[in-house]
Design a protein around this ligand. Structure first.
Ligand SMILES: [Zn+2]
Length: 752
């Protein structure tokens, strides 16, 4: 019998340990980071509690790992038989849980309530946490036990979810090089270290090169057209650089390659010379001088290829796709299909834009300079004007129709309608203890009388202490051990909406409403899971290229389901619904230049795969990328451009040989929504001015499909192969037709 700590015991031991530490300071308060409550009591966490919590759990986990390794080693030596599932996976998951819990909660707090103090704590603790993670993932006895279980005849008797949990553990470890021996193992580890250093150099070079570039502008003419918000940023940067009196109105302005300045310049600045200078600077960033990435990226490609070969793959594409839903053939087919559909549309977009630029049209009371030779740095600018000329919608002015509380109501309505669940706000002591900030709202998610889990929402921006953007964080994952109560999942949704002002709610843009629905899609998949193994419950264990499906799916309801949109789109003061005219313009504008957009994605995805297809030392990556550009794009890249030198997604991010994932998950989510659309006549109904024409038969079909979505995609999570889950839902293989349809590439104007 193995001597293993149960999770409860592990926590108790850890608690005793931290009590001991705490007692020394004569403050016998239980550490909230170690609490065993349904909702982590994050309101009570103070910075001084982090170190004892993390260190004590690490100490316990070190011992548990040693015990587990000893038990597995003796079992492996004892006989040739398989190591039972119960002796590997549950103890392993307990280990992940026990050492991962305080560290995970701490990382969450860093993202939502950061401070220099927390940053310093992280710097201090990280090396030990990383070292333990490495020891755990490199463990030979664990790998051998998993491998033997996987090959044994008893493997077939495990549930599908258990099989997936074992296989993904095994694959992760194999890709980490655990199966290699002797010189090969040494070589692999050496290359891995080199690779991680190169990736880090790569991103440092990008950041440094971007930071090193700036321009100070003094004449108002030079910045004409740039929106006030960006000019404020540029004046602020100028003040920091020593121009103490700089103002947004009168300058001077310091412009940089940061997206918050660069994008508005390219889209709105009337000064063509500035647009060109900045476009060229960005297109060649980190390609020369002290922050040159040219050789770094060659070396990265070369090492990835070498490592793939050491692990038994023919190239890095193959290695990357081994962990994903898509097969190489399926990706190639998809890229070809989208390219065929998008190219003619992109060609048309291009001609249209050139005609428009040549015409010197008047837009918004202002005459544009007529342009004969439209260049790369003119594309964004003229596209913006064309959009305005065609579908003049002031998107900022629409915010009054989307107060944040109404968006939450819209979500409550949609999740009830589709999945048959209720989202009820929770108040009181437990809620207060769980909320890490006063803005946070807590909802319990129930199906009938059954409590499924919790969603916490942290909606508003807090510059300086909260990370930008929107994301979902799993705080607790569902788990159920035989004859025990299930541990219920907790999902946290973070967004950065404007703070409510006195007497005025936070007013959202339509994009922000979509972001909220997107993140709630992740949260629903995390909370409505029925899986019992924490490594495959909720969003855990879902393949990289399938994890955005449940979230993107929710965005379609904002975009294309009239009932959902109008359930929330009311003026926050007058209660008037969104004007019909604005709604129609929004619908039409959705597919503006969509062919060009899709073709751009095909280009990046194809180039990424081509670069990782068997790179050989001495090959010119830039040449490979340019060849793909000439093949795919309407306007090929500039010969002097070096965009690979700052393509961090694939050189220092998770997207290497995986950039296609964006398109892949869009295909799946569009296909899924299309099933609802067809069955419920949703987009046909939305074309009818007289809302309420929706037939009850269609609504029944929507409800039925919604329940099926919940019982397949949302319930199965990482416990079933996504290609199977998708067929369970749709009854067939996915097809790109729906994505093309919603991009306006099959029936032009069908949705108007
Ligand atoms: Zn997402």
């Amino acid at each position: 019998m193995m001597r293993l700590l149960s999770p409860l015991l592990a926590v108790t031991v850890a608690l005793q340990f931290s009590y001991a530490l705490a007692l020394r300071h004569a403050t016998p308060v239980p550490n909230p980071l170690l609490a065993n409550t349904a909702l982590p009591p994050l309101a009570r966490v103070t910075p001084d509690q982090v170190k004892p919590a993390v260190q004590s759990t690490l100490a316990v986990a070190e011992n548990s790992l040693t015990d587990l390794e000893q038990a597995l080693s003796s079992k492996l030596k004892e006989d040739e038989g398989p190591v039972p599932y119960e002796q590997i996976l549950p103890p392993l998951l307990e280990l992940y849980d026990s050492y991962g819990k305080p560290w995970g909660l701490f990382s969450h707090l860093r993202a939502v309530r950061d401070s220099p103090q927390l940053r310093a704590i992280e710097d201090e603790l990280r090396p030990a946490v990383v070292a333990f993670g490495q020891r755990l993932s490199q463990s030979k006895p664990i790998y051998s036990a998993l491998a033997r279980l996987n090959q044994s005849s008893s493997f077939a008797s495990l549930t599908e979810a258990q099989q997936r949990a074992v296989r993904s553990e095994l694959l992760d470890r194999k890709l980490g090089g655990v199966a290699l021996e002797g010189a090969q193992a040494e070589e692999f580890n050496k290359l891995q270290r080199e690779l991680s250093e190169l990736s880090s150099n790569y991103s440092t070079n990008v950041l440094d090169a971007q930071a090193a570039w700036n321009m100070t502008l003094t004449a108002k003419d030079e910045v004409k057209g740039i929106p006030a918000r960006a000019l404020e940023g540029a004046a602020d940067a100028a003040r920091k650089a020593g121009h103490e009196k700089a103002t947004a109105e009168d300058g001077p302005w310091l412009v940089s390659l940061d997206g918050t300045v660069m994008d508005p310049v390219l889209s709105y600045c009337e000064n063509r010379e500035l647009r060109e200078t900045m476009f060229r600077a960005s297109d060649t960033v980190a390609s020369s001088g002290p922050h040159d990435n040219s050789e770094v990226l060659k070396k990265i490609l070369q090492i990835r290829q070498q490592n793939a070969e050491l692990l038994g793959f023919s190239n890095y594409d193959e290695l990357s796709l081994a962990t994903k839903m898509a097969s190489h053939d399926a990706v190639t087919k998809l890229l070809q299909e989208v390219r065929d559909a998008a190219r003619p549309a992109a060609q048309k977009d291009d001609l249209e834009l050139r005609d428009f630029a040549r015409s010197g049209a008047e837009v918004d009371g202002q005459k544009l300079p007529a342009l004969e030779d439209l260049q790369k740095w003119d594309h964004f600018f003229y596209s913006q004007r064309l959009l305005l000329a065609r579908y003049a919608v002031d998107r900022e002015a629409l915010r009054v129709y989307f107060p944040f509380p109404a968006a939450i109501k819209g979500l409550q309505g949609l999740t009830h309608r589709l999945f048959g669940v209720t989202l009820e706000p929770v108040h009181g002591e437990v809620a207060a203890a769980a909320k890490w900030h006063a803005d946070v709202e807590l909802f319990q998610v129930a199906r009938g009388k059954e409590l499924m889990g919790y969603v916490m929402v942290d909606p508003f921006s807090r510059p300086g202490e909260k990370r930008a953007g929107g994301w979902m964080q799993q705080l607790v994952s569902r788990e159920q051990r035989p004859s025990k109560q299930p541990r219920l999942p907790v999902a946290a949704v973070m967004t950065n909406f404007p703070q409510p002002q006195e007497g005025k709610p936070s007013l959202l843009s339509l994009e922000e409403v979509s972001t909220l629905f997107h993140e709630f899609g992740h949260a629903m998949q995390h909370v409505l899971t029925v899986q019992n193994e924490s490594s495959v419950s909720g969003i855990n264990g879902i393949e990289w290229d399938a994890v955005e499906v449940a979230s993107q799916f929710m965005e379609y309801w904002v975009d294309y389901d009239r009932q959902t949109l109008f359930s929330m789109a009311r003026h926050y003061e007058t209660g008037e619904p969104l004007p019909e005219e604005s709604y129609k313009k929004l619908l039409v504008a959705k597919n503006f230049r969509s062919g060009t957009g899709l073709l751009g994605q095909v280009y990046l995805a194809t180039m990424d795969l081509r670069l990782h297809e068997g790179y050989k030392e001495g090959e010119d990556p830039d040449g490979i990328a340019k060849a793909v550009g000439r093949e795919v794009l309407i306007n090929p890249p500039l010969p002097e451009g070096r965009p690979l030198c700052s393509f961090s997604h694939i050189f220092d991010g998770g997207y290497a040989a995986g950039y296609y994932s964006y398109l892949w998950s869009q295909v799946l989510s569009a296909d899924a929504f299309n099933a609802f659309d067809t069955a419920g006549n949703l987009t046909v109904t939305q074309a009818l001015v007289n809302f309420g024409a929706q037939d009850s038969k269609g609504e029944d079909a929507v409800e039925k499909l919604g329940r099926r979505w919940a019982s397949t995609v949302l319930a199965d999570g990482g416990g079933r192969a996504p290609e199977k889950v998708f067929i369970d839902f749709l009854g067939r293989q996915p097809s790109a037709a729906a994505l093309l349809h919603y991009s306006g590439l099959d029936l032009p104007g069908a949705l108007v």
